[in-house]
Design a protein around this ligand. Structure first.
Ligand code: FAD
Ligand code: SF4
Length: 514
């Protein structure tokens, strides 16, 4: 061999230029590694999904004629990525080590150490996945400064000519149909929610391996995995989304319910794992959705497809830019000085708050929750109760099948916890129980009363919300989007305000009992 090429678990891009030509002088190295499996406590299904997707990808490469060395935990023992690469390169006597640009800062640091220590020449190659070239990130983002997603998103729509009538006019006359994306699911809608397409991947050998190596995990273990683990699966899931879910995607994007067996997935694509492992490209997904819209304009409105395109071309590319422009400083941000421990029900779902119990429960069961559950249920609760952002990050990074730091960290620490003081969000995503009631049917079967603020059975979020607003008044008052809320608060009787603050304090003092 003359060259060693490394492919990581989130670099499963079958369309990568490396793979166009078969060269017997090139060895592809893929490996399950202890440090990667344990740098955070991952969900069992997340471990299985990554390991199986890697195994399948290595098999596909071999079938295509490439030389591949795929190592499991049994082979790599406690080796780090850097040591494995250097040992393998020395053992097979190559002149060159070729790597793909990692999406995570932690891995970039490992690659830097390989470049410093290896005797071979080391080069870094693009992953050919994202829409925005890596070198363009500084053109759109500034370190430690606000950059709004909407502005970035419009530039991306124009640059890639997606959903545009002409160079400057967005399709449908509006850039953003967010206001049409806030429908609640009513009883009559439940019967129409499609049954989610779930795969049946056998993961019994991986399960044995995880147990044999005593890899700590959270969430529900399984023998069969429902997530896509090959490009073929990913394309099937995309097709299913376009056929059955896109027509209502935008409409019910923010809705939550506990009234249907399909409550955990609703109209969401569940493509994040396939995208983040690069089994499928954002360009391909966007193209498929836009083409479906163009062929089915009679039953798919612009609001549905724009809502979807915004998530991928907008949010996903945007958080990657925010991540890289702000690393490694991101980890230190704690603008609201939150220091509380994450309550124990985040690990078992045992809480009387139905919204939280539903969102945590399904996360443990499926390694998945949709965006509004992450942002406005678990995230909002952690924001209002001042949980330390490092603990919040760790939970999100472990529990979701799609969780990789480049996408998890900006979403959690910035968007949901406002720990950056406003780089991403112009105001904290703080909400009382009335938001949950507006967007879900959770409150109807909750132990707490969403209409109460001060009583023993009052929804905890109501008093916690006002405590949060009161506490951060100085920071938030001047924000034109929030100032008006203080008018409502100030109009209340002083003793009533005190009762609300007392109830909030009780909730904080008894957070484990909620
Ligand atoms: P859909 O609702 O079908 O959306 C389509 C696609 O849009 C997703 O697959 C995803 O690739 C992209 N997308 C949507 N919203 C975002 C967003 N805010 N940021 C980036 N991409 C987005 N997403 C991850 O991929 N990994 C994470 O670790 C992650 N952590 C999150 C933590 C918090 C606190 C919050 C609020 C959001 C997080 N998200 C994360 C974003 C989003 O919640 C998930 O991408 C989405 O729920 C995945 O489900 P889906 O594929 O069904 O998405
Ligand atoms: Fe959640 Fe409060 Fe509604 Fe219960 S009443 S589901 S705690 S918002």
């Amino acid at each position: 061999y003359h060259t060693l090429r490394v492919i990581l678990g989130d670099q499963l891009n079958a369309g990568h230029k490396w793979l166009r030509k078969v060269d017997d002088g090139v060895l592809y190295l893929m490996a399950e590694l202890h440090p990667e499996a344990t740098y955070v406590k991952h969900h069992f299904q997340k471990l299985c999904a990554f390991f199986l997707a890697m195994e399948k990808f290595s098999e596909a490469l071999q079938e295509a004629g490439h030389q591949v060395r795929f190592l499991t935990l049994d082979h790599t023992q406690d080796k780090t990525l850097a040591s494995l690469i250097m040992e393998t390169a020395n053992e097979i006597g190559v002149r060159r080590i070729e790597l793909q640009r990692p999406d995570e800062y932690r891995v970039l640091m490992e690659y830097k150490s390989v470049a410093e220590k290896a005797v071979q020449s080391v080069s870094l190659h693009d992953t050919q996945h994202f829409m925005l070239p890596f070198d363009d990130i500084p053109k759109h983002f500034k370190p430690k400064a606000p950059t709004r997603m909407e502005h970035f998103y419009r530039k991306m729509r124009q640059r890639f000519n997606i959903l545009m009538e002409d160079e400057n006019t967005p399709e449908g006359g509006k850039w953003n149909f967010d206001s049409s994306n806030r429908h609640k699911l009513k009883a009559k809608d439940m019967a129409h929610i499609p049954e989610p397409l779930c795969f049946q991947q056998d993961v019994t050998t991986i399960k044995e391996r995880i147990e044999r190596h005593q890899i700590p995990y959270l969430g529900k273990p399984c023998d069969t995995l429902l997530w896509p683990v090959t490009r073929h699966d990913a394309l099937t899931l995309l097709q299913f989304f376009c056929d059955h879910l896109l027509p209502n995607f935008g409409r019910f994007q923010d809705a939550m319910t506990d009234q249907t067996p399909h409550k955990w997935s609703l109209y969401h694509s569940r493509l994040s794992f396939a995208l983040n492992t690069k089994m499928i490209s954002p360009k391909h997904v966007i193209k498929a959705a836009v083409l479906t819209y163009e062929y089915r304009k009679k039953d798919i409105s612009i609001a549905q497809v724009e809502g979807f395109v915004r998530q991928i071309l907008g949010w996903r590319e945007y958080v990657r830019g925010m991540y890289w422009i702000n690393m490694p400083d991101y980890h230190d941000q704690n603008a609201l000085e939150a220091h509380r421990d994450l309550p124990s029900y985040f690990w078992n779902g045992h809480t009387k708050m139905n919204c939280l119990s539903q969102a945590i429960g399904q996360s443990l069961e499926y390694a998945y929750a949709h965006h509004i559950q992450r942002l406005m249920v678990t995230g909002n609760f952690c924001l209002l109760t001042e949980v330390a952002p490092s603990q919040v990050d760790e939970w999100y990074l472990g529990i979701y099948v799609d969780a990789l730091e480049w996408v998890e960290l900006p979403n959690t620490r910035s968007m949901s916890q406002f720990a950056d003081g406003g780089w991403i969000a112009s105001k904290p995503y703080a909400a009382s129980g009335s938001y949950i009631q507006r967007m879900s049917d959770y409150c109807a079967s909750c132990h707490y009363d969403v209409d109460e603020k001060t009583t023993d059975n009052a929804c905890p979020l109501n008093s916690l919300y006002w405590r949060f607003m009161d506490k951060h008044r100085e920071r938030l008052f001047k924000n034109p989007r929030i100032g008006v809320i203080y008018g409502n608060w100030d109009r209340q009787d002083a003793s009533y305000r005190q009762d609300i603050l007392d109830r909030a304090q009780w909730c904080l003092d008894n957070i484990e009992e909620l």
